[in-house]
Design a protein around this ligand. Structure first.
Ligand code: FNR
Length: 189
């Protein structure tokens, strides 16, 4: 079985982020053949195209981490019906300088949790639009909009509800299959 390196983004910078716990749950439930590394976004300066001629070290590291990933997973909250600015900022850095878009043809999936009833649906639509422009090869189904309630996850990412656990497990299995399909046609290395 092939092993794929998955870089994952957590869209929240909060120390108590429910999306960070969700990312740990997804890693726990992932099938064999996926190895995960977080791609941090919290230390990036604000994107400014004046730096395109000489990227700062944090942005170089971001692009390097994406280059070392076979696929990308975005686990994000919804802020004001879109994605957090920190995540958009990271995507802007990685998409540039012109001609070196780090997302080109990279398999990707999006997921998120919020206490709200629509479970980050609008943030994910917004993110999908951005990733589409960046030419990432997104998994379109299944979609995963999680309404968070207290106690759904333990701190280590253990899921306490059996049907949610099964759903997240199948999401990750589908993601692995998606990665394999994309990379069969568009190898990364
Ligand atoms: C939110 N929250 C929120 N929730 C939602 O479902 N839709 C929304 O549009 C917003 N907007 C929003 C804006 C801002 C600035 C904040 C701080 C929060 C609530 C949000 O879902 C909640 O704080 C989550 O816990 C955030 O995820 P993390 O940080 O816990 O991963």
């Amino acid at each position: 079985m092939n092993e794929y390196r998955v870089g994952y983004f957590v869209g929240s910078l909060s120390a108590s982020s429910i999306n960070r716990v969700l990312s740990q749950a997804l890693i726990r439930l992932a099938p064999d053949g996926l190895a995960f590394t977080e791609i941090p976004i919290g230390d990036l300066p604000l994107y400014n195209r004046d730096f395109d001629v000489d990227y700062p070290p944090e942005a170089r590291a971001l692009k390097q981490r994406i280059a070392e990933s076979d696929a990308l997973l975005f686990v994000t909250p919804e802020y004001n019906r879109s994605i957090p600015g920190a995540l958009k900022n990271a995507i802007d850095w990685a998409s540039r300088p012109w001609g070196t878009n780090s997302f080109d043809h990279v398999p990707a999936a999006v997921i998120g949790a919020s206490p709200g009833a629509i479970g980050t649906a609008l943030a994910q639509q917004s993110l999908r639009s951005v990733l589409s422009f960046c030419n990432a090869r997104q998994m379109t189904a299944p979609e995963a909009y999680l309404t968070f309630r207290e106690g759904l996850f333990e701190d280590d990412g253990t899921v306490t509800d059996a049907s949610t656990e099964e759903f997240l497990r199948s999401f990750m299995t589908e993601f692995r299959d998606h990665i394999e399909r994309v990379l069969t046609v568009l190898p990364r290395r």
